[in-house]
Design a protein around this ligand. Structure first.
Ligand code: FE
Length: 140
């Protein structure tokens, strides 16, 4: 599903071809016991589902893109909710015409490679649902 090397609190993670980034990174967090941290990376995908939240209606709009795209930038964080890893990842995806789509990642199927950098934090980062925004905000 993935391979990694560790350098202190930092990890270099290579997600295997055809894997989903969310699934692989969740498994990685469980295996390594990472409960808080940050994520960045690059790679290539053949399919991705992104989510847009309309703040006025609090309605989610999910859209799937089925095409080969470059992960020109993946950035996000690791926290926990209900005792499980909670990944909050945003991604910019470059299309074959060099335009970019991007947003909040729901799924991201690797087709090629995915090279991530994960930094572990020692603090605990919880989440709670916030009625006003409709978001799972940090619960400090
Ligand atoms: Fe988001």
């Amino acid at each position: 599903m993935y391979q990694y090397v560790k350098d202190g609190d930092r990890y270099v993670v290579s997600i295997d071809n055809h894997q989903d980034v969310m699934e692989a990174l969740t498994a990685f967090c469980i295996e390594t016991g990472i409960r808080a941290g940050e994520v960045s990376g690059i790679g290539a995908v053949c399919s991705a589902t992104l989510r847009f939240l309309n703040p006025a209606t609090k309605a989610y709009v999910d859209r799937t893109f089925e095409e080969q795209m470059e992960i020109s930038s993946l950035v996000g964080n690791i926290s926990e909710k209900d005792g499980k890893p909670y990944l909050h990842l945003h991604v910019n995806l470059g299309r074959s015409d060099y335009s970019v789509v991007g947003g909040h990642m729901l799924t991201c199927r690797i087709n090629g490679a995915c090279e991530l950098f994960v930094t572990r934090y020692d603090c605990r980062l919880g989440r709670r649902f916030d009625e006003e925004t409709g978001l799972n905000l940090y619960d400090f």
